[in-house]
Design a protein around this ligand. Structure first.
Ligand code: BG6
Length: 516
């Protein structure tokens, strides 16, 4: 096989450039204290402490590193360490005695912080002590693993106590804010305004854990690290795009949160729209936080807004009902017997720009569906003219590219092939890339590992910017309001692929959902 000699221009483009940022950075951050508000919560135990521990095992944390968990309960450091160790054993891997002896002593608990006005002064003093013990120059990463209603209060208290280093100071302060980022456009704006009273935008890291998933980071490599897809990646060749995030779990123990949220707020406003932006964005000039996020915001702003009756036509909401052994949503612990909270949402969106005009994006997500699967299906236009006669009016099926985000991470390209034999039949076959076989020896880090490390390094590429979050809420809020003002979600039996309306949404366009 002959390999083409790269042109001088291609060689120049491939040369290292000081302007180009690497895809991901493996550097040890500067010494810091990570302060987790909501330090005893589910997220801290299941995700944050395991991710931190894994980074520590991989020697990616600096010598000067400590965690201070903050919550309303009362306990001492020893009790906090015990709980976090238990969490590691339950949700990740139990540390060995040696590991715990070296790591456990870096965890502290901040009791009494919310007791009275001096609470944050006490936290400040505690952090100073930790700084002294570990040689940390007052660098802070504040993780808000708390409901949005308390984010502004905590921020103001931190500001009042003089605990936020402005960007021009030698020490740094950064804030990671968990979703849900508000509950509609207005509350998201208020939250942004409150945060920006004490932080600079460059200090705020709005987290969407989907962006930390390997397969979604690969979406940009797939699109912009290869040249074969780009000529196909537009209305000229793509018929439509489907984005599915299916879950088998139901409400679990989250009624307090979920009853006030529902699938549209919980999943579409954040994860599904983020996936859509990665599929639809223009190539950024470089892989830095501003260039990437500028392109993502342009996509969100190009999505056609829906108002009034458009919403009834373009969206579907569902709620799972009892089936077999599975309870219906309304029978779940903590759900109201008449609850109208949707556990399934499907939306047809149009991205009104040059690249995507006329290409529908169908989004769906739901709980208690038959499989846990996140995938993007890019369905290409059918072959324009039937050159050959095939059996019984069989027409070649359109080509499709399926990007499996999780599980069975990989990418498959479906195309038509002739079934061997005299009958002249066609059959769709696939070319498959599968992470597990292609990268046998590579470990996929947990999303939170990637994102925590990036925030410690000050890299916001995989975090949402203010305008991005607000653009997403601008699209979703009118749908929420219309749903709240009218009707009920359509029932679907637990364990099915959602309400009939979801099939009708594609059926009326002559299309059908790809089942993962
Ligand atoms: C969270 C939602 O953001 O994402 C949950 O609040 C959902 O309702 C979860 O279950 C899904 O995440 P993953 O990584 O398991 O697909």
């Amino acid at each position: 096989m002959s390999t083409a000699t790269p042109s001088a221009e291609a060689a120049r483009a491939a040369a290292p450039s000081p302007l180009r940022k690497p895809l991901s950075t493996i550097r040890v951050p500067q010494p810091l204290v990570l302060v987790i508000f909501g330090g005893t919560g589910d997220l801290a135990r299941r995700k944050l402490i395991p991710a931190i521990f894994r980074l520590w095992q991989q020697k990616l944390l600096p010598e000067g590193f400590a965690v201070v968990g903050v919550a309303r309960e009362q306990m001492d450091d020893e009790e906090y360490r015990r709980r976090m160790k238990e969490g590691l054993a339950e949700f990740a891997t139990a540390p060995t005695d040696d590991e715990w002896a070296a790591f456990g002593g870096r965890l502290f608990f901040g009791s009494h912080v919310f007791d009275d006005e001096e609470g944050f002064e006490r936290l400040k003093a505690q952090l100073k002590e930790v700084d002294l013990e570990f040689g940390i120059p007052s660098n802070r990463l504040f993780y808000y693993a708390v409901p949005p209603q308390v984010v502004d209060e905590i921020s103001r208290d931190l500001g009042r106590a003089g605990m936020i280093c402005p960007p021009e100071y030698p020490c740094w302060t950064r804030a990671i804010v968990e979703k849900p980022f508000g509950r509609d456009l207005e509350s998201a704006r208020e939250l942004n305004t409150a945060l920006l009273e004490v932080y600079d935008e460059r200090q705020i890291f709005r987290i969407d854990h989907y962006l930390g998933k390997e397969t979604l980071q690969n979406m940009m490599v797939f699109r912009f690290g290869n040249s074969v897809w780009e000529p196909l990646w537009s209305r000229n060749h793509i018929d439509h795009v489907q984005i599915t995030v299916a879950e088998t779990v139901g409400l679990e123990t989250r009624a307090d949160y979920y009853e006030r949220s529902g699938a549209l707020r919980d999943m579409v406003q954040s994860h599904l729209l983020q996936i859509l932006t990665l599929v639809a964005m223009e190539p950024p000039a470089s892989y830095d936080a501003d260039s990437v996020r500028n392109e993502k915001v342009k996509v969100l702003r190009a999505i056609r807004p829906m108002l009034g009756e458009d919403i009834d036509r373009e969206t579907v909401r569902g709620q799972y009902t009892a089936a077999g052994d599975a309870r219906g949503y309304r029978q779940e612990d903590g759900a109201a017997p008449e609850s109208r909270t949707e556990t399934f949402a499907a939306v047809r969106m149009q991205v009104d720009n040059w690249r995507w005009a006329g290409v529908p994006f169908y989004l769906r997500t739901g709980k208690r569906l038959p499989a846990k699967a996140t995938e993007v299906v890019v369905s290409f236009r059918p072959a324009p003219h039937p050159v050959m006669d095939v059996v019984e009016n069989e027409r070649p099926a359109p080509n499709a590219l399926v990007l499996r985000i999780q599980p069975r991470e990989g990418i498959s390209l479906f195309f038509e092939a002739k079934v061997p034999g005299l009958a002249g039949r066609l059959q769709a076959v696939s070319m498959d890339f599968d992470y597990a076989t292609a990268f046998r020896d590579a470990e996929s880090p947990e999303a939170y590992q990637r994102l925590l490390l990036d925030a410690m390094l000050g890299d916001a590429t995989l975090f949402a910017r203010r305008d991005e979050v607000e653009a997403a809420w601008t699209l979703v809020t009118p749908i929420l309001e219309r749903w709240e003002a009218s009707g009920e979600p359509e029932g679907y039996p637990a364990g099915s692929w959602g309400p009939d309306g979801a099939d009708r949404l594609l059926g009326e366009d002559g299309r059908a959902w790809h089942q993962p």
